[in-house]
Design a protein around this ligand. Structure first.
Ligand code: ZN
Length: 173
């Protein structure tokens, strides 16, 4: 189901002017971080004093059906964040997720990414070893913990890159 730009416009006309104006400023200042569409549900993040999550559902005919925002603003039924996201959706500024993402990277890009990750992993492991061999390793505990977390994160990334590489290699030997 596709949103209907005209129906969004119609909907926005019913929004309080003050909220509409603030939402437009948010949109124009690129504070809408991203919008993802999955079926008729659009999820977005908008930054401001904090990062807020906005969810908007569209009806079968492409009209705005329901919305919610994680901001505490509740003395009107719609907030500036939701308005900003609606403006982005109206402009077609969203990414559609199909559930099964196509691999957008070539084999060479994946190999290069893996090389970079392997090199970073190596440096992190050396760093951990160095901190551990210090006279008082407890003093470096936070650095060690951070490095270990990064190692874990890069290992996860590597896992997926390797899986993807196996796929790409199978498709085009
Ligand atoms: Zn909000």
């Amino acid at each position: 189901m596709q949103e209907d730009a005209y129906k969004i416009l119609e909907f926005l006309m019913s929004v309080e002017r003050r909220i509409l104006r603030r939402g437009r400023v948010y949109y124009q200042n690129n504070l809408v971080e991203y919008v993802r569409k999955s079926g008729n549900l659009y999820t977005a993040e908008v930054s401001g004093s904090k990062l807020y999550t906005v969810e908007i559902a569209f009806s079968e005919d492409g009209g705005v059906q329901s919305w919610q925002c994680s901001c505490p603003y509740d003395w009107s039924d719609i907030c500036k964040h939701t308005v900003a996201v609606l403006l982005a959706v109206q402009a077609g500024e969203y990414e559609e997720t199909t559930g099964i993402p196509e691999n957008p990277y070539t084999k060479e890009e994946l190999l290069e990414a893996k090389r970079q990750i392997d090199s970073t992993l190596h440096k992190l492991r050396v760093a951990v070893k160095t901190f551990r061999s210090k006279e008082n390793p407890n003093r470096y505990q936070s650095q060690i913990t951070l490095a270990e977390r990064r190692i874990k994160a890069f290992q996860i990334a590597n896992h997926y890159i390797e899986a993807e590489l196996a796929e790409v290699t199978k498709e085009s030997p």
